[in-house]
Design a protein around this ligand. Structure first.
Ligand code: 5AD
Ligand code: SF4
Length: 327
């Protein structure tokens, strides 16, 4: 087996698979204001096509899969896909990133199908704000989803908060309190620019500033992971859970990037911020053999850039929107 190594010596063991481009939320940092036209269903890879790509990737050393969207739980029969993926030799963990809206009713079935863990997006604990940020009522349903995931034994359960200056950055302590009572890992994420998502330099609260604000009230003890890793985790005294920071803007973790993305319409996209992609779908549908598909995936990986440009340049560049790429 030849591992998936790119031009900068990074080995790829992790694939994020978008299973749909549809979503039942309209998060302001993700979805352009006019929405996006969903692709015709026939453009999406079928479960069998996804499993085939995953198994070809596993043959090149991929061990971890994360299901994303759009919102993965709006794709019908998702547990069937989880089971298929878990059955692939070499795939050790299948996890999912979700907005949590449909999680309460799905957590147990997913766990039984072999889902290991879940990341839930939750950007505010205040109902009015929740509606303004996501376009739907909450956050009670999402919190119920998080609690059901914990009860079902999904482990870990992580909570993703995109921190936006002037929008929700006054809630950092509330999220620490959220982690006090639940064994979740809350991750404060720097707001990233994507097409038409309202990003402005002032909306980006750098990790250092978040940490400084929290340090006034809490003693945060650094946990393992340290520099090089993508998440910097901290224990909070007396809390069941922990907090962490994801700083794509102020800290380039690109040099340790081990991930690839497969878009819902079957393109391999090695970098979130780079337009480069290799479309597999038509090849899959016209009888390409596994070796051909593997070579296409390798070529995508070889074209992966070293890293992304600074924030302001990104904001100006015409990337796909986040909803279109798949979180
Ligand atoms: N900036 C930072 N994180 C984002 N996400 C989506 N859009 C952005 C953005 N503009 C993250 C959210 C969500 C996951 C799917 O992607 O944390 O949980
Ligand atoms: Fe949907 Fe997630 Fe985008 Fe929000 S961030 S609109 S929940 S895909």
């Amino acid at each position: 087996m030849t591992p998936l190594v790119d031009g900068f010596g990074r080995t790829h063991t992790y694939v994020r698979i978008a299973v749909t481009d549809r979503c039942n939320c309209r998060c302001m940092y993700c979805m352009p204001p006019g929405g996006i036209a969903p692709r015709p269903k026939g453009d999406l890879l079928t479960f069998d096509e996804i499993a085939r790509v995953a198994s070809i990737c596993a043959g090149m050393g991929v061990t971890k899969i994360r299901l994303t969207g759009g919102e993965p739980l709006v794709r019908r029969d998702l547990p069937v896909l989880v089971r298929l993926l878990r059955g692939i030799p070499g795939i050790e963990t299948v996890s999912m990133t979700t907005n949590g809206v449909l999680l309460a009713e799905n957590a147990r079935v997913l766990r039984d199908a072999g889902l290991a863990s879940v990341n839930v997006s939750l950007d505010t604990l205040r109902p009015e704000r929740f509606e303004r940020i996501t376009g739907r009522p909450g956050p009670d349903g999402v919190v119920a989803g998080i609690d059901t995931a914990l009860e079902a034994g999904l482990d870990p359960v992580k909570v993703n908060m995109v921190v936006m200056g002037g929008v929700n950055d006054d809630e950092l302590p509330d999220f620490v309190e959220f982690a006090r009572h639940r064994p979740v890992e809350v991750r404060f994420i720097e707001f990233m620019p994507f097409r038409e998502n309202g990003w402005a330099p002032a909306g980006m609260v750098p990790q250092a500033a978040m940490q400084e604000r929290l340090a006034r009230r809490y003693r945060l003890q650094p946990m393992n992971g340290g520099p090089g890793g993508k998440v910097r985790g901290f224990a909070v005294e007396g809390a069941a859970g922990s907090v962490g920071f994801i700083a794509p803007m102020s800290d380039h973790f690109c040099r340790a990037c081990d991930r690839l993305r497969l878009t819902a319409d079957g393109a391999v996209k090695p970098c979130l911020f780079d337009g480069g992609e290799v479309r597999l779908r038509d090849a899959l549908r016209t009888g390409a053999g596994d070796d051909t598909v593997a070579a296409m995936i390798r070529s995508a990986v070889l074209a992966k850039p070293a890293g992304h440009p600074p924030a302001a340049a990104l904001a100006a560049a015409g990337n796909r929107s986040m909803i279109d790429i798949g979180g």
